[in-house]
Design a protein around this ligand. Structure first.
Ligand code: AMP
Ligand code: ZN
Length: 111
């Protein structure tokens, strides 16, 4: 399958990885929207947060634990975790990813 994040997880496309384990990895977004902008992805291809089901829920939970670890390692105390679902929400890569944004004040609600 031709998927950018599968290739990053496999190491065939380089990324600035800050956390890795057997199930997932976290790397820096190439076009950061905040001083710290990380992406957390499972190694397994899941089309997005809207495709998480009962079977993949444990993996999605594991990914949330990796999000918390990576944010802590970056020294973030306040940050936002977000997953864009569908084109109108801004999803451009169809492989489950959580954005971790921090290092500045974040407005709420988002645009
Ligand atoms: P989304 O638009 O919510 O699907 O998020 C996809 C994110 O992937 C965007 O924030 C992009 O900047 C980021 N991105 C695209 N290509 C790369 C890459 N090669 N390495 C790191 N981040 C990337
Ligand atoms: Zn993929």
């Amino acid at each position: 399958m031709d998927c950018l994040f599968c290739a990053i997880a496999a190491g065939s496309i380089p990324a600035d990885k800050v956390y890795e384990d057997e199930l997932c990895c976290v790397f820096r977004d190439i076009d950061p929207k905040a001083p710290v902008h990380l992406l957390a992805i499972p190694r397994e291809h899941i089309a997005g947060a809207s495709a998480v089901d009962e079977k993949s829920a444990p993996l999605a939970g594991h990914l949330m634990a990796a999000v918390a670890k990576a944010a802590k390692n970056e020294g973030l105390t306040s940050y936002r975790v977000v997953s864009n679902c569908g084109p109108d929400a801004g999803q451009t890569v169809n492989h489950l990813h959580y954005h971790i944004l921090g290092g500045r004040e974040l407005s709420w609600p988002p645009g």
